[in-house]
Write a protein that binds this ligand. Structure first.
Ligand code: LCS
Length: 393
């Protein structure tokens, strides 16, 4: 059967399959660092790229390959490069696409460390950056300079839930000879496919929805074109930030249930968002499924579901946020997202604490912002947990 033409859930179960001599139903863990060549000639051919044989796990490994093929199929890309974490994916992209004298334009509310490393460490390599509100296409256009090589967006953004128009960004980037990179972590390939909307590279922290069980840290970069893929892979091999075969096996196991996990989490999130929206102690809420979201229409156009991430603030601000976080019991007070369990956290003092004060204010990462990552428990129990927590506020 042609797996690329099959439905999304069929791809989840079968796109990562490999054939082995035993007919294994799941991909075995090839827990080996190196592979023996059948002859000296064969070894030389592997290194020359004239044979597909495996050489060394930092370069390639059957278990990791299976995962890379699977996620590349889900994102309709040429190929995937699996790495040890989402931040390794970010750095493989920065290192591959940017050189001294180059400039990058990026969403101001990206995941804190994606921005902090660019602003705090890349200037020493001569790389300039502009962090802007990418929901405003005219601002993107104005921020481009002759040396802008990359437009790097995250949509929906962590933690403001701002939605950026991927197709419009692709048009602007390409007009200026730059590449568009999209962090698709908040949606996963199930809800949004940036490469189909014109992006050149899409990446994920697979720590989140793709693995989905809060037991693995992992990342992946997927390129649309072979030439870009080859450059990214070469950089990953040189940086040595490859994934481990056991880690790949765990993600292959987790991803099989991606669509049913996300359907359930989204269903819960919609109920929780309407509970919060009508709660008298809630000052504001940002959730793509609510008509009050400033980019509601755009979200409906480019995402096939509303996701399970909610940001909100209480009328008594930071004090209220702290009280709520200290008084919920079912939701874990923990960073991360996209797992089966519900999590609550405070971005200004936690995930985005390394972003400068002015950067946070400009990006809308206010002190009152509470980020709620909805899991797949019973919606009634999550709502009851919030209700009793809000009573203490
Ligand atoms: N991109 C996004 C949108 C993320 O949310 C994260 C991690 C990363 C990249 C980096 O991935 P990692 O290296 O952690 O696999 N986000 C986290 C968060 O919001 N809380 O804890 C980690």
């Amino acid at each position: 059967m042609n797996i690329e033409k099959s439905g999304f859930s069929t791809k989840l179960i079968h796109a990562g399959e490999i054939e082995d001599q035993f007919g294994s139903a799941t991909v075995p863990i090839y827990q080996t660092s190196t592979f023996a060549f059948s002859s000296a000639d064969e070894g030389a051919k592997c290194f020359a790229g004239e044979s597909n044989g495996y050489i060394y796990t930092r370069i390639g490994n059957p278990t990791i390959d299976a995962l890379e093929r699977q996620i590349a199929v889900l994102e309709n890309g040429f190929g995937g490069i699996a790495v040890g974490s989402g931040m390794a994916a970010v750095n493989v992209i920065y290192q591959t696409l940017l050189a001294s004298g180059d400039h990058i334009v990026s969403t101001d509310a990206v995941y804190g460390p994606s921005r902090a490393i660019m602003e705090n460490h890349y200037p020493k390599y001569g790389v300039e950056s502009s962090y802007i509100n990418t929901t405003d296409a005219s601002l993107i256009e104005k921020s481009f300079k002759p040396n802008t090589k990359v437009l790097f967006i995250e949509t929906p953004a962590n933690p403001t839930m701002d939605i950026t128009d991927i197709a419009a960004c692709a048009e602007i980037a390409h007009k200026h000879g730059a590449l568009l990179v999209v962090d698709n972590t908040f949606c996963s390939p199930y809800l949004q496919n940036p490469l189909d909307l014109g992006a050149d590279i899409v990446f994920h922290s697979m720590t989140k929805f793709i693995n989905g069980h809060a037991d693995i840290v992992a990342g992946i970069v997927i390129a649309k074109e072979e030439s870009v893929y080859k450059k990214l892979r070469g950089m990953m091999i040189s940086m040595g930030c490859n994934m481990d075969p056991h880690q790949a096996y765990m993600v292959l196991r987790g991803v099989k249930t991606l669509s049913i996990r996300i359907d359930r989490a989204n269903e819960n999130a919609e109920k929780i968002a309407s509970f919060l929206e009508s709660h008298p102690k809630v000052a504001w809420i940002k959730y793509p499924g609510l008509k009050s979201h400033p980019q509601y229409e755009l979200g409906k156009r480019q995402m096939s579901g509303n996701g399970s991430m909610i940001s909100f603030g209480l009328k008594n601000g930071f004090e209220g946020a702290k009280k709520l976080m200290d008084n919920v019991h079912l939701a874990l007070l923990a960073v991360s997202l996209g797992g089966v369990e519900t999590l609550i956290q405070h971005p200004a003092s936690m995930t985005h604490s390394k972003v400068s004060k002015e950067g946070k204010i400009k990006a809308g990462i206010t002190d009152d912002l509470i980020r709620f990552a909805v899991g797949i428990e019973d919606a009634a129990d999550i709502i009851e947990d919030l209700r009793q927590g809000l009573e203490k506020v």
